[in-house]
Design a protein around this ligand. Structure first.
Ligand SMILES: *Cc1c(COP(=O)(O)O)cnc(C)c1O
Length: 388
């Protein structure tokens, strides 16, 4: 039975909510209660900040991309350096936050789903550091295509469970993880990797990723004495983007821009629907099922997007644009060459849009781009694409 949460929480306009079977709803309520209890607890905040500083390496810099700015001749471009975090992306911020919550709840077993493996690796890393048992569900097909990430997770002490059911993809891995949670919720915490899923996950993930804009706002005020003209971030499920936007949402003069892959243009072409336990704007196929997408950036390959982005889009507070794989690839090469920074293919979508935008704006303007991750993981893929 699918049943909507009766409470009016976890809604962003009409989006969000919790559309899960009753037994799972009880687990969500428990997580929500604990999240609300600890999120403003000074000791909890202190512990979270401790690990962000000592383990992740925060705060990371807001680097002025001087050569890129000069080359384009328009707005000043600054890069928020999530690529410098331990494990190479923003995902670790959320993994640490949720594990600390699990710890407070007395749970010692962590489960997660992963598609390309990046969230699985971030989760396995954090579990190793906290000495937690870690089980990662991954579609069988994905384990074959991402054998090296499977090995990484195993090195980190995680158990990777290949899911053969269905099509052996991310969705099937999510279903298995949810089954596990319903069976084992007394010992187990489900560590979700993006700003998606039933309430309280989108709110919780935003809370932990908001550190990105908490820092960048202070940093840009320090460096420029003003707020940016625009903040640009790539959007898959939307966790790095919501973290990069969070502290600017109330600053109405700051343009918030999400860059999605033209090959998975969720917010540009999607419709409102309930998928994976929450309501969002999503791409559906002719049978009303989530539509399979293909982006060169595995982390952006998701037919839905977080509920708050769905709301920011429909309310007009944020803009969402599409960037093609080819444009992202050009941005990948450009940033590597002129700044000595190899960006993740996901982040390259944000860079590509910032390049277009900088040329339209004046030299008085300032753009903050969220560099969500480093591109080491993508070098081999780009090598094969370019040698074709
Ligand atoms: C996973 C990932 C993304 C996409 O996920 P969001 O939840 O949309 O942030 C973007 N960039 C990098 C580097 C990633 O690893």
């Amino acid at each position: 039975m699918q049943s909507a949460s009766i409470e009016n929480k976890g809604y962003f306009g009409e989006f969000g909510g919790s559309f899960v079977p009753e037994e799972l709803q009880l687990v969500m309520d428990q997580i929500e209660g604990n999240f609300l209890k600890y999120k403003d607890d000074p000791e909890f905040i202190e512990e979270f900040k401790y690990y962000l500083r000592e383990y992740v390496g925060r705060e990371n810099p807001l680097t002025f991309a001087g050569r890129l700015t000069n080359e384009l001749g328009g707005a000043k471009i600054y890069l928020k350096r999530e690529d410098l975090n331990h494990t190479g992306s923003h995902k670790i911020n959320n993994a640490i936050g949720q594990i600390l919550l699990a710890k407070r709840m007395g749970l010692k077993r962590i489960i997660a789903e992963t598609g390309a493996g990046q969230h699985g690796v971030a989760t396995a890393t954090a579990c190793a550091m906290f000495g937690m048992e870690c089980v990662i569900y991954m579609g069988k097909l994905d384990t074959e295509r991402q054998a090296l990430n499977v090995f990484r997770m195993e090195l980190l002490g995680a158990k990777v469970v290949p899911v053969e059911k269905g099509q052996g993809r991310l969705k099937d891995a999510v279903d298995e993880a949810l089954n596990d949670l319903v069976q084992n919720y007394k010992t187990t915490f489900y560590l979700l990797g993006s700003a998606v899923g039933p309430h309280p996950y989108p709110t919780m993930v935003k809370h932990f990723q908001a550190i990105i804009s908490e820092e960048s706002k202070r940093q840009i005020l320090d460096k420029e004495g003003r707020l940016p003209t625009a903040v640009v971030a790539c959007a898959g499920g939307g966790s790095n983007a919501i973290g990069a936007f969070a502290h600017y949402i109330e600053e109405k003069d700051v343009r918030l821009i999400g860059a999605e892959p033209a090959e998975a243009p969720t917010l540009s072409e999607g419709v409102p629907a309930v998928i994976h336990g929450f309501k969002c704007i999503t791409l559906l196929d002719e049978n009303g099922e989530p539509k399979p997408t293909y982006s060169i950036a595995a982390g952006l390959d998701y037919p839905g997007v977080g509920p708050e982005h769905s709301f920011l889009k429909t309310s007009g507070r944020a803009e969402y644009v599409t960037v093609t794989g080819q444009e992202a690839l050009e941005a990948f090469k450009l940033l590597s060459k002129v700044e000595g920074i190899i960006p993740a293919l996901e982040s390259s979508h944000a860079i590509a849009h910032a390049v277009k935008l900088a040329k339209e704006l004046s030299t008085e303007d300032v753009i903050v781009v969220n560099l969500s991750g480093r591109g080491d993981k993508d070098v081999e893929q780009v090598f094969h694409m370019l040698s074709k």
